[in-house]
Design a protein around this ligand. Sequence first.
Ligand SMILES: [Zn+2]
Length: 234
Amino acid sequence: MNRCRKCNVNILDDSIVCPLCKSVLELSDDMDNDKTGNLGIYQSKSISYPDVIKKRKVIRFVIRLSIFLSILIEALLILINVLGKNDKAWSLVTGAIFVYICFTIIYSFQRNVSHRAKLALQMLAAIPLILIIDYTYGANGWSINYGIPIIVLVLEMVVFILSMVNFRNCQLYLMVSLLGIIVSLVCAVIVRIGTFKFKLLSIIAAAVSIFVFALIVFLGDKKSTSELAKRFRI
Ligand SMILES: [Zn+2]
């Protein structure tokens, strides 16, 4: 076991520098030969830093394994798709699903990414997936008509619940809600310009996201306005 003399911590993994202060570690065993003989007190006072390297190795392995398996299975599916008689490029859809799953696995292990950012990323990643499925199966616009507005509605519902649970810090969810507004408005504009028959859902999604956003601004009061000012550097 290594220890940092400066921070007085035992490092359980095989790091060579201290994860806290970055100074070079020394072997704990050397301390046994401490002439002063007060090692017992010294060690009992020090705290152990958990073995994070092992955990990170497992995470890296899981990520690499899922990417490897995805590529392998997708290659097989493309082959089946090409050789098969089905004229639909359905392997494009499975490919998009694999990319989506791998993407989710990779960023869900990122500790420095907030759950709000993960929520936003999850929605943004679902959009190309839905567009690809729509495009592959006839491109009749259900992604714009229903798919993306439903995703926005789900997102806003989650944002609403989370901001109620974290009531004191509800302003933190403003930017995710704003993203919902932008996506649903883009959808509504496309529906308006295009020849889509069903226009209602994207407008409902936009209205709901504007409502959730306004509610958070209202409940967050000064915290919300300063959060917005900070984000947009007003
Ligand atoms: Zn240290």
